[in-house]
Design a protein around this ligand. Sequence first.
Ligand SMILES: Cc1cc2nc3c(=O)[nH]c(=O)nc-3n(C[C@H](O)[C@H](O)[C@H](O)COP(=O)(O)OP(=O)(O)OC[C@H]3O[C@@H](n4cnc5c(N)ncnc54)[C@H](O)[C@@H]3O)c2cc1C
Length: 444
Amino acid sequence: MDRFDVLIAGAGPAGSFAAERLARGGVRVALFDGRPPGEPKACGGGVTSKALKAWPHLLEAVGRTIDELDMYSPSGKHLHLKLDEPFAVYSRIAFDTFLRERAREAGAQVFAEKISGRGFKRVEGKMAPVLPEGSLDPVATTTPRGLPARGPRSAPGSDTEDGWIIRMQSGAEFFTDWLVGADGANSAIAKKLAGPLPPAEMEIAFGYRAPLPVDGEAATVVAFLPNWVGYAWAFPRIDHISFGIATTQDAFDHDSLDALMWDFMVAYYEVAQVGNLRGRMRLWSKQQRETQISNLRYKELKKTAERYAARIPGLAPRTWDTRRACGERWALLGDAAGFADPVTGEGIYYALRSAELFADAYLANKPLNYEQQWRADFGKELQRASQMRRKFYGNFWGAPFTDRMIEFARGHRGIRKVLGRLVAGDQGYTDLKRKLARSALKPL
Ligand SMILES: Cc1cc2nc3c(=O)[nH]c(=O)nc-3n(C[C@H](O)[C@H](O)[C@H](O)COP(=O)(O)OP(=O)(O)OC[C@H]3O[C@@H](n4cnc5c(N)ncnc54)[C@H](O)[C@@H]3O)c2cc1C
C-alpha cells in the first residue's frame, strides 16, 4: 500500500492548487481525479481580476481576457461596461489541465482514479499498514524529490501513527496522514465529515456550449432574469461560447428557465449576426420568443448546442457559523467546503484561496489553523453575501434592485465604477448599497 502525507480527492482548481503548493513545500502529495479525459467540469470559466491579481500565473493558461461587458436588467435595460480590470474566461478543460500539470511538475503524484464513495476509513493508533517492498518509505525524512519533508507527519511506528486508508473505485488502497476533500459540490467526503447540505443550500446552473458567431467576434453578457433569482450569461471562450443560467435549486423549474435560456441565446446570435457587437439584445418578451421559435438560427442552434448542468453550493447565513471545513487529519476545500458566492455562484477564487490557506497552514505545521483562517479571510464576506442575496434579487425603490442598479449606472459614471469593481471581484456586498448610494450623490 503506497503512503502519502496528504491525499487529495479531486483535481479541480482547489485540489490541484493545494497539491502544487504542498508539493513545492516538500510534502508527499497524491492527487486523485476520476473525471474521464476530455469531459469538462460544468462551469462558465470566468475568473475575476481579483484572482488574476492574486495569482498572475493563471494568465498563462489558454483563455480570453475580457475588458468589456454588456449587462441587462430584468426589464431588458442595457448597460455597456468598460472594465478597468479585465477578467478572464477559460475552458475548464484548459484551466484544470494547466493547474493539474503544475501540481505534477511540482512533485505531486497525479492519479486518474476516482475515490470510491464510501472508500475512506480513519485509522487510529498502531494500525498503520505494513508496507510492501518498493513502496514509499514511511520513515523517510525526505520526500521522493529529495526535499526535507514538512508539515505535520505522524511519528512512524509509534502510537501516534494515525491516518486514513483510502480505497479507489478500482479497488487499490492507499494510506495517508491527511485526507483533503476537493471533490466539488457533491463531495462524498464532505457529506461524511461535515454533513450533507439541504437542497435549499444548493444553487443550480445549467446551460449550453455553443459555437462562436461566424466572424469569431463575441460579446460577453450578463443578464439578470425577470421574476427569478439569478442571471444568464454568455462567456466567449477560445473556440465556443458558454451560455448559462445560475439560479436557486429549490425554486428550479426546468421548462420555464430553459425557455429563458433559449430567448437569451437566440437574441445573442441575432445581435452578433448583424456584426454589431455593441448592439442591444431584445430580451425576455413573449413576442420575441414566438418569432424565435420559427427562426432558422434557433433550429441550427438546437442541433449544435451541448447541454450541461451542475450544482453550486449556496450556504444559508447561519450555516457559515456552524459548518466546519477542517478537523483532525481532514480538510475540505473549494466547493466541497461550500465556498462559493451565494449571489453570483462564483467559486473559482474561493477554491484557489482556500487551497492556498490550507497548504500554508499545513506547511506551518498548524493545519487546524485553516479553520480560523478561511473564516477571517473570506468567510465573513461570503456570509454577508448570503444575507444580501434576497435583497440583491429583491426590490429597491419599487423595482428589482438589479434593475435600479443598471438604470442608475447608465447615467452615472460613479455607479458604473462600483459595478465594474463588483465584476472584478474587488467590491464586496456588505457595503454595496452604501457605495452605490454614495456614488449616486457625487456629481456626474
Ligand atoms: C454551470 C456553472 C457555472 C459556473 N461558472 C463559474 C464562473 O464563471 N466563475 C466561477 O468562479 N465559478 C463558477 N462556477 C463555480 C465553479 O465551477 C466552482 O466553484 C469551482 O469549480 C470549484 O472548484 P473545486 O476545485 O472546489 O471543485 P471542482 O471544480 O468541482 O472540482 C472537483 C473535482 O473533483 C473530482 N471528483 C469528484 N468526486 C471525486 C472522487 N470521488 N474521486 C476523485 N475525484 C473526484 C471531479 O471530477 C472534479 O474534477 C460555476 C459552476 C457551475 C455549475
